[in-house]
Design a protein around this ligand. Structure first.
Ligand code: ADP
Ligand code: MG
Length: 321
């Protein structure tokens, strides 16, 4: 098999490109020992709770096998970072379990570059991993620290429901990225940005952290994911869709069904959170990129209205099985 062996591979691609925990303006030196020993040795920041999450991306299932490795790496890490943001955790460390068909430098170099660029941008450090041979698959485990975790089970009846930025861009992007349909230059740019470079919502999470009652990141579609908050909190929700923030790409690609795309399409990684009425004015003054879309209620189920009439979408979120 051409290319570097396992240990050279780890050293060359994952050993030295990552900042080592001495992040500017944050908890310095949380990594006592990084890659190279049997375990990493880590110093948890004092007085904080650790938040940890793991995700696996399998070639041919979660991304096309021939996809650009730089973009795969950026997306894989951003998607994991989004889970930290949704919990209002600050990024600290991650591990990478990589299964590769072969050790092809043409694939590894851009993959490692995308991973390092993203990691250094968000101040998260690679502290270990595992490298095996087999069908391409990428498992990333992230760990962060939080003072005010945002859980799914804290919503109260009467709380307002908010979403960050716009929804539907990533779902509208997929047929463009898979080349199932043609798009303009602008649409292709919007598609790659939305699908491969989702923005973990750390700034919004930090700002709402002291006030929100529940939160999650929207990975499988807004309605389905809001359903998780409803279930965990033992509530339902009434949604008013007249001002729902539909992404421009969803509008330009899907026209009349754009609202449906925004409500049920996955992969946007925006935040959905609930806010007790008493904090509404305080949070509105923060001028965040957020939209109020409804209200939690005691009775189970989610009901939507559009133009003052009841409205129902076709499906509720992507199901893996
Ligand atoms: P062990 O056999 O003790 O599990 P490995 O040979 O799997 O050790 O790994 C050696 C070192 O390299 C460990 O510190 C491990 O965390 C690190 N490592 C292995 N693969 C990766 C990877 N893909 N990314 C980052 N670190 C890795
Ligand atoms: Mg190992």
């Amino acid at each position: 098999m051409p290319g570097p062996g396992e240990f050279e591979l780890i050293r060359e691609y994952f050993g030295s490109r990552f900042n080592t925990g001495a992040r500017q303006g944050s908890d310095a030196h949380t990594v006592a020992l990084g890659i190279g020993d049997d375990c990493a040795l880590l110093n948890p920041p004092a007085g904080k709770v650790l938040a940890t999450s793991v995700d696996t991306l399998v070639a041919g299932v979660h991304f096309p096998a021939a996809e650009d490795p730089f973009r795969i790496a950026c997306r894989a890490l951003r998607v994991n970072l989004s889970d930290l943001a949704a919990m209002n955790a600050e990024p600290l460390w991650f591990t990478l379990a990589l299964t590769l068909r072969d050790s092809d430098p043409q694939w590894l170099e851009p993959f490692a570059r995308g991973l390092a660029q993203t990691a250094n941008q968000y101040g998260i450090t690679l502290v270990g991993g595992d490298t095996t041979k087999g069908p391409l698959s990428i498992t990333i485990q992230v760990t962060g620290a939080c003072e005010q975790p945002l859980r799914r089970d804290g919503a109260g009846a009467g709380d307002r429901v908010f979403v960050s930025n716009q929804l539907g861009a990533a779902a509208a992007a997929l047929p463009l990225i898979l080349r199932e349909v043609d798009g303009s230059v602008t649409q292709m740019e919007q598609a790659y940005a939305a699908y491969h470079f989702p923005e973990p919502q750390f700034a919004v999470a930090r700002a709402i952290g002291p006030y929100a009652s529940a939160a999650l990141d929207i990975s499988d579609g807004f309605l389905g994911d809001l359903g998780h908050i409803c279930e965990a909190s033992g509530l339902g929700a009434d949604l008013d869709l007249d001002n729902f923030p539909v992404a421009e790409l969803a509008r330009s690609m899907n026209g009349e069904t754009a609202l449906e795309t925004a409500l049920t399409g996955g992969d946007d990684y925006q935040l959905c959170f609930t806010l007790p009425e008493k904090h509404l004015q305080t949070v509105q003054k923060l001028q965040l990129p957020i939209t109020a879309v409804g209200r939690m209620r005691a009775a189970a189920g989610i009901q939507c209205s559009l133009d003052g009439k009841p409205w129902q979408p076709g499906a509720t979120g992507y199901r893996h099985f």
